[in-house]
Design a protein around this ligand. Structure first.
Ligand code: UT7
Length: 333
């Protein structure tokens, strides 16, 4: 009998993550700008973040995470068919950072390209790959969320520089074998009316960086924090509810919620609205801050490797970012 796409489940066969060695603490930031550990921790839940070295690019972070994910999946780089890398801090504007990763991994058969969906990129990539694998276009795929946000941070702006860090997370997706888990439901959305509340205004065609404006910090992240906060809570809640409903689950069926790691208060608000107890929400932003596309991917890998959930458990991933963009996934592990 001919297999239909609805018969084909896609699972996560391996995860990986990498953060740079250099730790930047809140106390160090308090020397650089007018802030304090007390303000940063109470408003965000962040204690420290990782900062990549000058010669450590997004592709290096991504490759390190990818190697772990491939190893865990038992997939040789030469058997990899697709790499989608989500980032807003590419090594170069072109070629795509995924191409450098393909070369470093020796994944010479893999089609490789980047997507730009800010902090939502990893789950955008997951949805794209789930569909491409279930449609039969590819047998397996590597998705990576990797960002070197330190390279686009305004280190004189206390409202943003305390929030961000560098890192990468990866996952290998492939067709499920009988008895294995599955990505059950995915959701993503965008509101282009809100491009202005979180952006890097300069460096593109709208505002090229010139000798005259180079000192205006236009090539760094600018954000209306309060506005982003409000939209993030509402959209993440709706996206999570949507995938939970489509999966046919109730709040009590969920073993673990892994949200975008941007702000502890945003995470608490979502857990509350979803009626999921705090102990079933995975949080690691205390150590890494907001690493954009990498955040949910690093959290997924850490939760997986430390046994926070086990085979058969129901988990929900949910994210938001510049765009504004948002996404969620319901996964039976
Ligand atoms: O991946 C998506 C990325 N974006 C986000 O997730 C951002 C979402 N938003 C947030 O997380 C929060 O809005 C922030 C953490 C950015 C800010 O928290 P807030 O509670 O919304 O603070 P606020 O912007 O209303 O600022 C309160 C006060 C202000 O002073 P005044 O006007 O009350 O005198 C700020 O100037 O805190 C001041 N402030 C700081 N003080 C010490 C802002 N940043 C700092 C700082 N240290 N780093």
């Amino acid at each position: 009998m001919r297999e239909t796409t609805s018969d084909i489940n896609v699972c996560i066969a391996g995860t990986g993550s990498y953060v740079p060695a250099r730790i930047l603490t809140n106390a160090e930031l308090a020397v650089m700008v007018d802030t304090s550990d007390e303000w940063i921790f109470s408003r965000t839940g962040i204690r420290e973040r990782r900062i990549a070295a000058k010669d450590e690019f997004t592709s290096h972070l991504a490759t390190n995470a990818a190697v772990q994910a491939l190893t865990q999946a038992g997939l040789a780089p030469e058997d990899l068919e697709l790499i989608i890398l989500a980032t807003i801090t590419p090594d170069t504007l072109t070629p795509a950072t995924a191409c450098y990763v393909q070369q470093r991994l020796g994944a010479h058969r893999a089609v490789a390209f980047d997507i730009s969906a800010a902090c939502s990129g990893f789950l955008y990539a997951m949805k794209i790959c789930k569909r491409l694998i279930s449609d039969g276009a590819f047998n397996n795929a590597l998705i990576i969320g990797a960002d070197k946000l330190s390279s686009i941070t305004n280190w004189e702006d206390r409202a943003t520089c305390v929030l961000f860090g560098d890192g990468a997370g990866a996952a290998v997706l492939r067709r499920s074998k009988p008895g294995e888990g599955a990505i059950i439901a995915t959701e993503m959305g965008t509101d282009g009316n809100l491009t202005h509340i979180l952006s890097v205004p300069g460096g593109g065609t709208a505002c090229p960086i010139t000798p005259d404006n180079v000192n205006d910090h236009l090539q760094t992240l600018s954000m209306q924090g309060k506005e982003v906060f409000k939209v993030a809570v509402n959209r993440m809640k709706e996206a999570a509810e949507m995938v939970i409903k489509r999966a046919g689950w109730q709040a009590e069926d969920i073993a673990c919620v892994i949200p975008h790691q941007a702000n502890r208060r945003i995470i608490d608000a979502i857990a509350d609205r979803l009626a999921v107890p705090n102990e079933r929400v995975f949080i690691n932003l205390e150590k890494y801050g907001n690493t954009s596309a990498a955040a949910v991917a690093i959290a997924l890998d850490e939760a997986h490797r430390t046994g926070v959930f086990k085979r058969g458990d129901h988990i929900v991933l949910v994210v938001f970012g510049a765009g504004l963009t948002w996404a969620a996934a319901a996964i039976r592990w």
